[in-house]
Write a protein that binds this ligand. Structure first.
Ligand code: HEM
Length: 507
């Protein structure tokens, strides 16, 4: 079953010897494949070829090669694996901007995002981000043991407000619960590895949902029932608001601008009643629904990594808190605000190091080649899945000595007071034409959450939880995004009433 093809007499990039039929599936932990890919990187080099069943997979293990191929040759490396499209269809999310093939449809989605999330537009969302960071603090003060749920609520509420001007409840919002359920399925199943397996064994899709091991089918059935709700409900909410009508979520006349209302307002009047208008409206609806998938899990997971670092590195936490206190007063004269960021170089370094230490999208989102290519003497086939192994880029010991250690100081000489353009850890947000469109918004959300957590809490390890500074032995969730799962204690540094009063005063 080995594929026969014309490699023009050139070798494929080096990699582990494929086993007939199963490719290299053996030896790869399916929940954390980046670990095996990184080991292969150490053995075979910056560019590794492997095969999963009949799918060609190219793994890029260095920033140098990622820039050469994904940035400089982006015309050939900007589509997504075709096999993944099939899985998306099965799950009813073929419209997702994140996975669309490189096409006019994708360009239109990207334009809609770019208008709202570009560097110059990002500051307009700051009040939303700060308000939600305050809700996060209130929730942590009240129920610290379920901190992960509060991280989710924070990330999802921010993106829902920005996208739809949709105000969720500060705690236990039923719509957020629906979104989380849907994202959980997407994160677990929408991976190139899953696509390769389903491509090889289409029968998997035909299994009855009661069949033992048919969780893939059950996930798809549930996802197909959730998606229409998640796509339609908030979009209709915006349209009602624009028509100045009340709905279940907002009174008439209280609408604020949002990505969706701005994009709908930009549809030219002459196109509104025509086919073009309908096409634009559909693209806006689909892009906006893709936004929370892209924004929620990633931001949440990064906050988990930040928390892990603070628990394992009390000295870093103390230095970060000393910096925050030096700006807002040791006795909490006020809560932090945006203007403080320029005076907080260490906090900025902590954010950079959080994104580096454990990249939460360790293999990026898979790119794919549109045509055959040749790179440094190696043949790269058309249709190959191309994964940027950001995990191994983050562990480049030449660029980051002692890479497994959380050392914010390593960014101090380069850190700008605000993220701008390409920087030290840009690999965490991907490459080329598919690079993350939400990175400036993400950066601001991380600042708002992190600076407020540091101002209000000291976080400590739970007694008996014996994990060392490399975080070796910590459990990580599985999927396209990953985060550590661990217990932790939140100790308020100031009286609850005082924090609440300050929040009210600053709202
Ligand atoms: C810490 C938070 C975040 C991280 C680490 C992150 C990371 C990434 C990565 C690695 C990619 C894949 C890039 C590639 O294909 O090379 C991506 C794509 C994307 N991100 Fe983010 N992201 C974050 C937050 C956000 C936010 C807040 C949004 C807001 C909407 C967003 C929207 C998107 C979209 C729409 C794409 C798909 C782009 C495309 O395929 O053209 N992300 N992100």
């Amino acid at each position: 079953l080995q594929k026969k093809r014309d490699t023009k007499g050139l070798p494929l990039p080096p990699g582990p010897p494929p086993l007939p039929f199963v490719g290299n599936v053996i030896g790869v932990d399916p929940d954390h494949p980046w670990l095996a890919y990184s080991r292969w990187g150490a053995e075979y080099g910056e560019l590794v070829y492997t095969r999963l069943f009949s799918q060609d997979i190219i793994i890029i293990n260095s920033e140098r090669v990622a820039h050469d191929l994904l940035d400089r040759r982006s015309h050939n490396y900007s589509t997504r694996p075709p096999g993944l499209m099939h899985v998306l269809d099965f799950f009813g999310v073929e419209f997702s901007s994140i996975f669309l093939p490189y096409s006019d449809r994708w360009r239109l989605h990207r334009r809609i995002f770019h208008q709202a999330f570009r560097l110059e537009a990002a500051p307009s969302f700051r009040p939303i981000q700060m308000r939600n960071a305050h809700n996060l603090i209130s929730n942590l003060l009240e129920y610290p043991e379920v901190y992960g749920t509060h991280f989710h609520t924070f990330s999802t509420s921010v993106i829902m407000s920005i996208t739809y001007d949709y105000s969720t409840a500060a705690l236990d919002d039923p719509f957020i619960a629906l979104v989380e359920r849907s994202l959980e399925i997407s994160v677990r199943e929408l991976r190139p590895e899953v696509a390769a397996v389903v491509g090889e064994f289409p029968i998997l899709e035909k299994l009855p949902s009661w069949f033992p091991g048919a969780s893939f089918v059950r996930g798809a059935i549930l996802q197909r029932s959730l998606v229409p709700l998640i796509v339609q409900t908030p979009f209709e909410h915006v349209k009602k608001n624009m028509a100045n009508e009340a709905d279940d979520f907002q009174a008439a006349g209280t609408a604020a601008p949002s990505m969706v209302s701005d994009a709908l307002n930009r549809i030219p009047d002459k196109a509104k009643d025509e086919e073009e208008g309908a096409m634009l409206e559909k693209a806006i609806k689909e892009a906006s629904a893709s936004g929370y998938a892209a924004a929620s899990e990633t931001t949440t997971s990064t906050l988990y990594v930040f928390l892990l670092a603070m628990v394992l590195y009390p000295d870093v936490q103390a230095r970060a808190q000393a910096e925050v206190d030096s700006v807002i007063g040791e006795t909490l004269e006020r809560l932090p605000d945006w203007d403080d960021r320029a005076s907080m170089p260490y906090i900025n370094a902590v954010i950079q190091e959080t994104l580096r230490w454990f990249p939460v999208v360790p293999l990026g989102i898979a790119h794919a080649t549109s045509n055959d290519d040749v790179y440094e003497g190696y043949y790269i086939p058309k249709g190959a899945t191309v994964m940027a192994n950001t995990w191994s880029m983050a562990r480049n010991a030449e660029k980051y000595p002692n890479p497994t250690r959380f050392i914010p100081e390593r960014h101090m000489s380069k850190v700008a007071s605000e993220a701008n353009g390409r920087d030290d850890i840009s690999f965490a947000f991907g490459f080329g034409r598919r690079v993350c469109v939400g990175r400036y918004v993400a950066d601001a959300s991380l600042f708002a959450a992190i600076v407020n957590i540091l101002a209000v809490f000291r976080v400590e390890r739970v007694p008996g939880w014996n994990i060392g500074p490399d975080a070796e032995g910590v459990k990580w969730s599985a999927g396209v995004t990953t985060h550590p799962v661990f217990p932790c204690t939140f100790i308020p540094r100031h009286a609850k009433e005082k924090v609440s009063q300050l929040m009210k005063a600053q709202s």
